[in-house]
Design a protein around this ligand. Structure first.
Ligand code: SF4
Length: 395
């Protein structure tokens, strides 16, 4: 019999969602002056989970054991579960449940459905998951519309099997491989769809192993991920063979300061981008979500100037940009307002255009004129301010 308090940790996040303010974990979004781009003078921001659990199945995998050792070496206790169900996440209130879940990391085996890779347009040919969930508190978080339930972060112990399974997909790309402008990237694998890799790397070591796997894979393939963190120290100096593109998700100051709780500061992310670019990695910007603030031209102009400074003088720079405007669905709005009831994020259906996405799902995007103005501006200003940057797509 299953406890009503139990969360099945070997299933995709699929639970009902509670309400909580964005600072439920105690994190606050600091308001800072973003001028200047000096590399971080302080240690990279690192998540310390309040609770780490491991399922019995996860401990049967060498990488599960490696994660346990890594976590324990950081002075964090690992609770060994008797089954694949996790209890003690649900609190007295929804707010408490949210806070407990966000502070919890579960070491689990990936659900079988995750091993059957799906295309992930427009980013990559295939989506590969090494984890699911994220400790940050972005008030627009795209996971809100995709996942449900107490947002426990699950990290996958069967990494070796996941990576070994990728070979079957090489040369079978259906997204970037079919795009004449991007075919030179090879078969692409996106490893940050449901998580933020650099938020978890110090606890798992998973993405470092993935970089090494792609470096050793002598074929036209590319690993890709995007992050709002800056903890790149363990990637610098790693043989990567240019087969991993790390993109940094950045935004203008009012958006990042107001809405991206628990993440690294944008200047730190850009300093990290510079470090990797100097180390020969292909790098990228994910400018998302682009929000049409009243003074968006000025604010995003400041961001592009910061980017220009960050890549100044980098030899053989390979820099791309992915431009994603803000959108929401009825489901994601409901979940986000539950998580962040005091949010000032604009999600007004009346001022948006209603569109039907894949499988008929409704989404609200900016009206056509606003979209056109944004797109024209970003295209022109990126070309003018950061001419080395190639735009991969706009959406
Ligand atoms: S960093 Fe990404 S996944 Fe994590 S809370 Fe923010 S938007 Fe969501």
């Amino acid at each position: 019999m299953t406890s009503p308090d139990a969360v099945d940790v070997d299933q995709p996040l699929a639970v009902d969602l509670p309400a909580a303010p964005h600072d439920a974990s105690g994190e606050r979004v600091p308001i800072r002056d973003l001028a200047g781009l000096a590399p971080a003078a302080r240690p990279a921001r690192r998540w310390t989970p309040g609770r780490v659990v491991a399922t019995p199945a996860a401990l049967d995998h060498p990488h599960g054991q490696r994660i346990v050792e890594r976590v324990q070496a950081q002075g964090i206790e690992v609770e060994h579960l008797r089954s694949n169900r996790l209890t003690g996440v649900r609190g007295q209130t929804d707010r408490e449940t949210y806070a407990r879940a966000k502070a919890t990391m579960a070491i689990v085996v990936s659900p079988p459905s995750r091993r059957d890779l799906q295309p992930i347009a427009p980013s990559a040919d295939w989506r590969v998951d090494l984890a699911e969930g994220c400790p940050a508190h972005c008030q627009y978080c795209y996971l809100a519309g995709s996942l449900s339930g107490p947002p426990v972060t699950r990290v996958y112990a069967d990494l070796d099997d996941i990576l070994a399974g990728l070979a079957a997909y090489a040369g079978r790309g259906t997204v970037t491989s079919r795009n004449a402008r991007r075919a030179d990237e090879g078969t692409t694998f996106e490893a940050s769809c449901y998580t933020d890799p650099l938020a978890l790397e110090h606890l798992t070591g998973s993405w470092r192993r993935a970089v090494q796997h792609f470096a050793d894979w002598d074929a036209p393939v590319q690993l890709r991920w995007t992050t709002k963190y800056a903890d790149v120290g363990t990637f610098v100096g790693l043989p990567h063979a240019g087969r991993t593109r790390v993109r940094f998700s950045v935004n203008c100051a009012p958006v990042s300061e107001r809405f991206e709780g628990g993440t690294a500061r944008v200047p730190d992310r850009l300093a990290a981008l510079r470090r990797l670019a100097l180390d020969g990695y292909p790098v990228g910007l994910t400018i998302a979500p682009i929000i049409a603030l009243p003074d968006w031209r000025e604010r995003y102009g400041e961001l592009l100037d910061q980017v220009r400074a960050a890549v100044d003088g980098v030899p053989a720079l390979d820099l791309t940009a992915e431009l994603i405007t803000h959108r929401f669905t009825p489901g994601s709005k409901e979940v986000l307002l539950g998580w962040y009831p005091r949010t000032r994020l604009e999600m007004d259906e009346e001022s948006r255009t209603r569109k039907h996405g894949k499988f008929g799902a409704i989404k609200y995007v900016y009206p056509r004129d606003t979209m056109a103005e944004l797109r024209e501006w970003f295209t022109a200003e990126l070309a003018a301010r950061v001419p080395a940057c190639r735009i991969l797509y706009w959406t």
